[in-house]
Ligand binder design. Structure first.
Ligand SMILES: Nc1nc2c(ncn2[C@@H]2O[C@H](COP(=O)(O)OP(=O)(O)OP(=O)(O)O)[C@@H](O)[C@H]2O)c(=O)[nH]1
Ligand SMILES: [Mg+2]
Length: 283
């Protein structure tokens, strides 16, 4: 399969000067991104599934459109009236299916949007979860970043709206952020296609295992809770041997998360496994 697309309309809007400057360097991200092939929804098979999470209005759909070429939502989440967009691209001879999640501030409360995002990140087991964060409101956005990292290490932080951050005199030490978070951090201005080559490369690196994430995690249970947590985990693993991250689910149960309790009571937890990621394309 070739990832090369001669059609200029299907080529990522990389900065032309940068493109020519890098044209001789086949291993650099800008050169490789010029070979991006936007696949829209025409995907019947893929190598990797990528989830796009983030607070509302941080540019998730803009990133989604830049990578897939899609401009509109393509369906609803199964059984829900929440719009679901999924599309694809080919990069470095691999096919990536991208799923745009509803914008959420948290994965812990019970709004439908948050449940959908949480269920996809946890049960859909995407190969990579990209968290699009607003660089002008980093502190608030990191809340969701840390919540995602509790569920999955395989993540990339897309630090978007860098143009706005610059306009407000905000600078971000992204190298320090990479060290602190343990996952790749890519500054972007998605509206103008800036940083997309680097984002593509970071996603690819995490998907293929070239970059091994060592996510920062804070959720440490108090000693008194540990026996209950261990018991609960053992029961969960027994009932749902394929359950991704039973520790996270057990912690949510101990915390009284009604939506997880309900999913367990109704038997939905079993059906949530494999949620979305491996099912056929939405029409
Ligand atoms: N200045 C600037 N604007 C951006 C950037 N990225 C996206 N936007 C704009 O921000 C607004 C929101 O972008 P969306 O892509 O719809 O954001 P979203 O995260 O999908 O929003 P929800 O789905 O509603 O949560 C749009 O007007 C975009 O054009 C950026 O890097 N810089
Ligand atoms: Mg959106």
């Amino acid at each position: 399969m070739s990832a090369t697309n001669p059609s200029s309309s299907a080529t990522l809007p990389v900065v032309p000067a940068a493109e020519s400057a890098h044209a001789g360097c086949a291993s650099c991200s800008v050169y490789r991104a010029a070979n991006l092939k936007k696949l829209g929804v025409t995907m019947d098979s893929w190598d990797y599934v990528v989830a796009l999470a983030g607070n509302p209005n941080t540019g998730k759909s803009t990133v989604f459109n830049a990578l897939t070429g899609l401009r509109q939502h393509t369906g609803n989440w199964p059984g829900k009236t929440v719009a679901r967009a999924e599309g694809g691209y080919a990069y470095d001879e691999k096919r990536f299916k991208l799923v745009d999640l509803p914008g959420t501030y948290s994965l812990l409360s019970t709004s439908l949007d948050e449940q959908i995002a949480r269920d996809f990140v946890l049960f859909g087991q995407p190969d990579v979860t990209v968290i699009v964060a607003d660089a002008t409101r980093l502190e608030r956005n990191l809340n969701l970043v840390f919540q995602v990292l509790e569920i999955t290490e395989r993540a990339v932080v897309c630090l978007n709206l860098m143009d706005e951050a610059k306009r407000h005199g905000i600078t971000v030490d992204e190298r320090q952020l990479v060290r602190d978070l343990g996952v790749p951090v890519v500054p972007t201005t998605a509206r103008f296609g800036k940083g997309m080559p680097e984002l593509l490369e970071a996603i690819s690196d995490v998907a293929t295992g070239k970059f091994v994430c060592r996510a920062q995690r804070f959720e440490v249970e108090p000693g008194a809770v540990k026996p209950a947590l261990d018991d609960l985990m053992a029961m969960l693993i027994d009932a749902y041997p394929d359950l991704p991250n039973p520790r996270w689910v057990a912690l949510r149960l101990l915390g009284g998360d009604e939506s997880i309790v309900e999913a367990l009571r109704s038997g939905e937890l079993g059906t949530l496994q494999g949620f979305g990621a491996r099912e056929p394309n939405v029409a």
